[in-house]
Design a protein around this ligand. Structure first.
Ligand code: 13P
Length: 255
């Protein structure tokens, strides 16, 4: 398998944006614009928006994801949401280990792994995020860090379960900054992730895994990024809040 046969996935990550009513309006605006997509189209939305988003997306090619999931099945974990709750709500995807959660909410490689296991065991597709900070890049640790984060996140995940894993390479310095990685940097980072998967599961399996790029991907640069051999779509923040921009990115990944 190679890029031509791997499934490209364009996923929006709305972060802490949009009320349920705004979610409905935005999805209604997006639906006709992405109807012809030849890639998977996913919107990962705040928990509170999930019912409205699923209702709005009904009958369209847009699938709905969450932005996090807890690793325990249930119990005294105030404020958390379980995988079972997401599945029952109709959620198909979940973002795990986003750098904002690592940075602001104490997410570690170990909890990323636990959440990933909980998600795939419940039948969700996990979009697992990895990425280096600017400091780590400047010190020359990008490859080491990306491989470590990838392997840690996938600990105890079987080759079979890997079918329900997407990895998103999101350099921290490119998120929400308007500074996009060059297409070469994105391809290289995604390549390190694929190598890490190959080191554990073998090259053949690694070739089947969808690896996205994320970090200031927008309507202008998407074409160049998704054309790269290791870039199988994108995880889109800011540009997923604008229907037309998001549709242009979906179109770029559909070529
Ligand atoms: P931006 O596209 O806003 O840089 O965000 C990227 C991101 O963090 C997606 O998860």
């Amino acid at each position: 398998m190679n890029k031509a046969t791997r499934q490209a996935v364009i996923a929006g990550n709305w972060k802490m944006n949009k009320t349920p009513a705004q979610a409905t309006a935005l999805i209604n605006e997006m639906k006709p614009l992405v109807a012809e997509a030849d890639c998977k189209v996913v919107l990962c939305v705040p928990f509170i928006d999930i019912p409205a988003a699923i209702e709005a997306a009904k009958g369209s090619n847009i699938e709905i994801g969450a932005e996090n999931v807890h690793f325990k099945a249930n119990g005294a974990y105030t404020g958390e949401i379980s995988a079972e709750m997401l599945v029952e709500a109709g959620v198909k995807y979940v973002v795990i280990g986003h750098s904002e959660r690592r940075q602001y909410f104490g997410e570690t490689d170990q909890t990323v792994n636990l959440r990933t296991l909980a998600a795939v065991n419940a039948g969700l597709t996990a979009i697992v995020c990895v990425g280096e900070t600017l400091e780590q890049r400047e010190l020359g640790y990008t490859e080491t860090l990306l491989k470590f984060q990838t392997k840690m996140a996938l600990t105890n995940i079987s080759a079979e379960q890997l079918k329900n894993i997407i990895v998103a390479y999101e350099p921290v310095w490119a998120i929400g900054t308007g500074v996009t990685a060059t297409a070469e940097q994105a391809d290289e980072g995604n390549g390190f992730v694929r190598e890490a998967i190959a080191e554990v599961y073998g090259k053949e399996v690694a070739e089947t895994v969808t690896i996205q790029y994320g970090g200031s991907m927008n309507a202008k640069n998407a074409d160049e990024l998704v054309a790269k051999v290791n870039v199988d779509g994108g995880l889109i923040g800011g540009a997923s809040l604008k229907a037309e921009d998001f549709a242009v990115i979906v179109k770029a990944a559909s070529k």
